[in-house]
Design a protein around this ligand. Structure first.
Ligand SMILES: NC(=O)c1ccc[n+]([C@@H]2O[C@H](COP(=O)([O-])OP(=O)(O)OC[C@H]3O[C@@H](n4cnc5c(N)ncnc54)[C@H](O)[C@@H]3O)[C@@H](O)[C@H]2O)c1
Length: 460
């Protein structure tokens, strides 16, 4: 068959069906009887709903009504008009594939919406180009620095997205996405148990980005940090497990390594130097500890992010230096000798998408450092690269180091398993940030909204 869609037997257990569908790139499977005759279709979301409402995991899928969305006998559409009607109906119901059956009802082929458009020369309209995706992803913290980039990338790759965010730093980062039929935006606080659980309805995969992010912000609001970064994270992971949602991507940080001499891989000892890093370690442990064959979380320990985002932050080293070069005509370096792994925000978002697209067994129940060996930099080097990129901006040095983190990280596992090597560069990002300042896209980089520790969401 052209598409690796799962075909299940009628007596396949619900548990087994969920596992097989989750390990395929699609959100549903066709069911056949012993003679191979098409019996209907099951969507993983329906199976999850059955379990939540009391079905037993060992019951067969045919114990409950199946979907009989569509099937096509001998590709029996005669005119492009019939094909167009079928396509628009399938789209409305979020169906991307249909089985072609022979006169005995056996599946001979599977066709996608695109195949039908091509076969019957139905013109590709904007709507057919934007096919409903197989998976619906909950992005908690989707309005943030990374989240607003990731949400756009997921939509562009055909995923349906529900963002849950309390908009600590305003909701403007998602403004120009409003109206996208594949995006649902929910304003809510993950710390509210009801909000946390109801956000999971009909979700196939969860990305948890929401947190109080950065050492200074967690210092200012320690209680909110513990509530959000550990307790709410734990509740969301537990609720996801109870909903049989196996893909759970947890945003962690290379700050968990704190200080270290060697080049640190995923098994290196952790050495947190802040409340922020300690909360990230605790939730990593809790979430990974819940992992089993049904709930397969992935922990992504990212380097310090940089680059332009619809929710801009100027409290990240590359972004700060680039902005100061433009505003003050100079870069100030504190310390300078300390190592820090850096990662472009576009690259970070790409890794999340690849984890959602990867086979579950390749990424589930594991930790990945996310970054590139080549982007382990000393802070002094970062200043020099930015200075050169921006035409030789002067650098001044202050020996006092306000941030004790100093670590180099190995990203070999990311490139071995996900085959991904980051492509964004510090100099490119510095130029892009300055371009956005010069053109007035960002009018006043001193506004508190660009710095997490001010917790500011005031309108301009
Ligand atoms: N930025 C980095 O350098 C970096 C590096 C490594 C890891 N990370 C991790 O990546 C994730 C995203 O970081 P970011 O830089 O995008 O941060 P950010 O502060 O820009 O975004 C966090 C988002 O979460 C939302 N949020 C916070 N608490 C919430 C709650 N209780 N309920 C709902 N929404 C809530 C905020 O409103 C915000 O939109 C974080 O988990 C962070 O720890 C970031």
């Amino acid at each position: 068959m052209k598409y690796p869609l799962v075909c299940l037997q009628r007596k396949t257990s619900i548990k087994n069906a969920i596992q097989q569908i989750e390990r395929s790139p699609f959100d549903r499977a066709f069911v056949v009887d012993e003679a191979g005759v098409y019996a209907g279709c099951v969507a993983v979301a329906d199976l999850r709903r059955l379990l939540i409402s009391g079905a037993q995991v060992e019951e067969p899928v045919d114990a409950y009504p199946m979907r009989h969305d569509y099937s096509l006998a001998d590709k029996s559409l005669e005119t492009p008009r019939q094909a167009r009607a079928l396509i628009s109906d399938m789209k409305l119901k979020g169906v991307r594939f249909l089985p072609v059956v022979d006169p005995d009802g056996r599946i001979t082929e599977i066709l996608s919406l695109e195949d039908i458009s091509n076969m019957y020369s139905v013109e590709e309209t904007e709507a057919t180009a934007k096919l409903p995706a197989a998976r619906k992803v909950l992005v908690v913290g989707g309005a943030g620095f990374l989240g607003s980039v990731l949400t756009r990338k997921l939509l562009a790759r055909g995923f349906r997205v529900r963002v849950l965010d309390s908009f600590i730093y305003d909701r403007k980062s998602l403004d120009n996405l409003a109206g996208d039929e594949n995006l649902e935006i929910v304003e809510g606080d993950l710390r509210n148990i009801h909000t946390c659980v109801s956000a999971l309805a009909d979700i196939d995969a969860v990305v948890l980005l929401a947190a109080i992010v950065g050492d200074p912000a967690s210092k200012v609001r320690p209680t909110q940090t513990i509530e959000t970064n550990v307790l709410a994270a734990q509740a969301l992971a537990m609720a996801s497990k109870l909903h049989f949602i196996p893909r759970f991507l947890y945003a962690s940080t290379c700050s968990v390594y704190g200080i270290g001499d060697a080049i640190l891989d995923e098994d290196a000892p952790l050495n947190p130097v802040s409340l922020y890093a300690r909360t990230k370690i605790e939730s990593e442990k809790i979430i990974l500890g819940m992992g089993d064959e049904y709930f397969c979380p992935t922990v992504l320990r990212m380097g310090t992010l940089y680059g332009f985002s619809p929710r801009m932050r100027f409290d990240l080293v590359v972004n700060t230096m680039s902005m100061k070069s433009h505003v003050n005509g100079g870069i100030q370096v504190f310390g300078g000798d300390q190592w820090r792994p850096l990662l472009g925000v576009e690259d970070a978002a790409e890794v999340y998408v690849r984890c959602l697209e990867a086979k579950l067994e390749d990424v589930g129940n594991q930790v990945f450092n996310v970054g590139s060996d080549a982007q382990n930099y000393k802070i002094d080097e970062v200043a020099q690269i930015i200075s050169e990129a921006l035409g030789g901006v002067p650098i001044s040095r202050d020996q006092s180091n306000l941030d004790s983190r100093d670590y180099r990280v190995s990203f070999a596992k990311l490139s071995d398993i996900l085959k991904y090597a980051p492509v964004q560069t510090i100099d490119g990002a510095a130029r892009e940030i300055v371009k956005n300042l010069q053109s007035g896209v960002i009018k006043d980089p001193a506004r508190k909204i660009y710095y997490n520790h001010f917790f500011d969401s005031a309108e301009e």
